[in-house]
Design a protein around this ligand. Sequence first.
Ligand code: F6R
Length: 614
Amino acid sequence: MCGIVGYVGHRQAVDVVMAGLRRLEYRGYDSTGVAVAHEGRIASAKKAGKLANLDAVLAESPLPAATTGIGHTRWATHGAPNDANAHPHLDSEGRVAVVHNGIIENFAELRAELEAAGHELVSETDTETVAHLLHDELKVTPDLPEAVRAVCRRLEGAFTLVITDAQQPDVVVGARRNSPLVVGVGEGEMFLGSDVAAFIDHTREAVELGQDQVVSITKDGFEVTGFDGSPAQTKAYHVDWDVSAAEKGGFDWYMLKEIAEQPQAVADTLLGRHTTDGRLQLDEVRLSDDELREIDKIIIIACGTASYAGLVAKYAIEHWTRIPCEVELASEFRYRDPIIDRSTLVVAISQSGETMDTLMAIRYARQQRARVLSVCNTNGSTIPRESDAVIYTHAGPEVAVASTKGFLSQVVACYLLGLYLAQVRGVKFGDEISQIIAELEKLPAGIQRMLDEGQQVRDLAADLVGKRSFLFLGRHVGYPVALEGALKLKELAYVHAEGFAAGELKHGPIALVEEGLPVFVVVPPHGRDQLRDKVISNIQEIRARGARTIVLAEDGDTDVERYADTLIRLPKVPTLLQPLVATVPLQIFACELAVQLGYDVDQPRNLAKSVTVE
Ligand code: F6R
């Protein structure tokens, strides 16, 4: 997730902006940049890598003294994380500088229009189009806020923009659609930030901007309007968090913050990938339609939580594409002499893009001439770089070791892949694909509901705090949800937890069931009645043996009520989408149990965020 800082005041803007960017480092980034308005020109510096690299650039060629500036830490989405793509982006005359967080969906059209009109764009980013559009707009509408509003009305997608105009150095303008932007209100100085951490060293008075709003800050105040110029309502608040809480958005743990970000992570991963006429366009899939039509087998390789995302995806991909799909642990893959060739599509799922087991597996797959597509959250990391194609999840950086928003966005990205393959191979009609996409687009609301109802699960965790053993059961896509629920609990709360396919229980694990053993069971939705009935029988079997049943079932499923000691309600969604809502309470439960036990939720013992050894 990019970090943004804007400043107008009486101090050296470069110092304030650089300090703000340092406070935003926790958001994760791959390049940085800063710009100041000075004597009618923009002076800027930007660099790939960490802020220390930008420090070195500034030490060598300091920016001029100025009291207005903007800065950015970039988490790459469009274009590699290199110097050219780092923000700020300037127009061709170096009059305006723009930093941006989000994805401008119609940037390809806008870029084509600008190039046809003679603009030369020097980066691969969507952001640069905004600088050039502003350049033209300022000729017609010289007032910066007005010009920004006019440009925003042309943009589609999600964006937070912060802009400085060298010819209007007393003002910095921000715009917000979907991605957050906060105003910091100081004495004789004003700030803009992706969150309050950007300015918490200077002021604790903040104003939250709403959707589709434009703010202009001067050293003495700020003004907010809608994109149409009408005066807008804002919400002022006092920040009483300390600095470390501010970085976590007020949450006690990064993991909690990341769990709460899941509706956005899912929405962002879906953003801009299908047209209104129902066609999916996955621009990053650099395999031709002919190559995709040749595929006769898919092997998903991944580790840990990512492999469970793969297990969920297998059901959907096989169902939608009718291509056989296997899921294999990356660490096992190349040691079993797998049968793969040019017509095999190997799909590597990795949040970090650096997991050594997965990397070695794709290297092996490519040696065997398989085509490799990665699903990854980290632009420019090694796994996507070594793949033939990539679909990026747009979850933003995951800081907590335990993966949460990574998992949900991986499932969504794999679903997009499955639908794309179905489209290219002609096994699904456009309207069928549109219908599934429409269901996927409803998910953020369903996930939000699971978050809103999280207190039930937190109370349950408090109640079960002394238990040392837990089971998780599910069938079909509920099975990987059970595996993921158990993994989260093991890694965070250090208790024995196992996930099983509910039908396997009677083949051995049922011997573990004893009086009071907590067992989570994911019940398939109505419409999968055969499957559902079997799971309900499984609940009865364990209950008869004394298990304490915690049942996750959709709204309106009354049959399960009498077998559930605790009933967690899920919104009604199609079967294949149920994992995206059912996983959320299990994440909250594991996190809360670990908190109750006094463990470090973000850095569980013995674990690393990115496992770069085999
Ligand atoms: C569990 C977890 C790990 C990772 C696994 C793969 O919460 O985070 O199991 O899912 O190490 O990591 P990536 O996705 O970075 O390849």
